[in-house]
Design a protein around this ligand. Structure first.
Ligand SMILES: [Cu+2]
Length: 189
């Protein structure tokens, strides 16, 4: 939902506002849902919503009015599902939004234009002061997944962080039992 100030709004102004809302919202919604139809879209670059029961660990992230995440850098292995417990330690609303740099920037521009805009997606959580929110996310791609607070002013103030996703099946195997394999059976010449 978008909250507009309707003080003194004429029907034309409302229509214009609606048109603007549809115009500016539709591309983002499409991008946001892109993971569902696959093919290298934005969402698949950062992973996918996770299943809580499959989370390998819970990580606490604090958000402060100093416009910082603590910690601002997380390390995960490719394929790992993380439960992010996101605490708002400040007096104002903050949020943690996962995305690519491009997605976060585009989304932030929207947030600046429509500050009251409520947005919801498994890849983000908005948290009221003193509250704790949660994201369960599976990091399927090696590389870097960025996150940011998209509340107006916060992104520019440096309220950003990164999840480093260590790639390679070798890394993924480190913490699990290696498959039992008879000696000599692995190679054929
Ligand atoms: Cu913030």
């Amino acid at each position: 939902m978008t909250h507009f100030s309707v003080r003194g709004c004429t029907p034309t102004a409302i229509k214009l506002a609606l048109a603007m809302w549809i115009f500016t919202t539709t591309p983002m919604s499409t991008a946001w849902a892109a993971g569902e139809h696959g093919g290298g879209h934005a969402e698949s670059l950062i992973g996918q919503p996770g299943v809580a029961a499959q989370a390998s660990r819970t990580v606490d992230v604090d958000m402060t009015d100093a416009m910082r995440f603590h910690p601002a850098r997380l390390d995960v292995r490719q394929g790992e599902t993380l439960r992010l417990r996101v605490r708002n330690a400040g007096q104002i609303k903050h949020e943690l939004v996962l995305g690519t740099q491009a997605e976060l920037k585009a989304h932030y521009e929207q947030m600046k234009r429509f500050p009251g805009m409520e947005h919801e997606d498994p890849s983000m959580v908005s948290v009221a002061p003193g509250q704790i929110g949660e994201i369960v996310w599976k990091f399927t791609e090696a590389g870097t997944v960025d996150f940011a607070c998209l509340q107006p002013g916060h992104f520019e103030a440096g309220m950003v962080g990164q999840v480093a996703v260590a790639g390679g099946a070798g890394d993924a195997r480190k913490n699990s039992t290696p498959p039992a394999r008879p000696a000599g059976a692995a190679h054929r010449h």
